[in-house]
Design a protein around this ligand. Sequence first.
Ligand SMILES: [Zn+2]
Length: 296
Amino acid sequence: MRNQPPFSCPQCGDTGLGGDKCLRCKIELVDKAGVPALSPPAVFLGHPTFMGFIDPWARWVATIAFVLTLITSFQYSPGIVELFVLVLGVQAVLWGGIYQVYRFFIGGRIKRLRERLRALQARIASAPAVTPIGAASGVCRVRGRVRVLTPVKGPLGQPVAAFLERRKRQTVGLVSAKRGTQVEAVTAVTVEEMSAAGVFLVEDESGAALVDDDAFVVAQLGGASKDWNEPLSIVVNEGDEIEVFGPAERKSGAVMLSEHAKQGGYRDAGSVLVFDGKPAERVMILAKSAAVVLNG
Ligand SMILES: [Zn+2]
């Protein structure tokens, strides 16, 4: 399935780019068919770090607690040891609480990000066996070489069939330290994920499959799985051997490819396997190699 731009707000009708939210209504924009962007230009995943979380309000709370402890305890005129134990005890309980709140929010977020990856791995693991393209139909998995019909601009600006790139960014901010000085610290970790797919054929000896979809996922086949925040670059180039897995049906090659044949020089009039991804069941484009983005 391809999106049908333009995108507009279902509530107020304002137009914008796919993947954006309406500035006024805070609702995701949808295309002419009422579908939100299937492959937004970038997905941002991230979390604040502990330093970012505790600065500055947690320090204020701790200072107020310290002062209150002192004021309250002076009413009972305790010994110096009791006072020391009381102040330390209150601070320990307070910071323990703050850290638990942080763990609760961050832990939940990271868990969701990892579940997203696990669901992806589970789908790859449960994929059916590879079928020759000429005999495949329905939900199937095929393997073949890529012939690009309409490329997309890859991460380096080069024309490619499809790509996924994940970059990690650390937001460095100034945090107040001892005696009014400030130190640089990582206040948030943001992970930016971009992917796009053009129009391309996957060919083996038995036939050709057409991938022309916005409801896709680019993933790596085999290899060590990477954590949600690890930099990753997967690029599918002309001639690469890849696997494609997802819902597909056979269509007349003459009809399906008449438009692409002009661009790609494809003249096979036989039937062609056409992948058609759904938001809930995306076409998986599985590349065999991946690279780690340096300076990502
Ligand atoms: Zn709106």
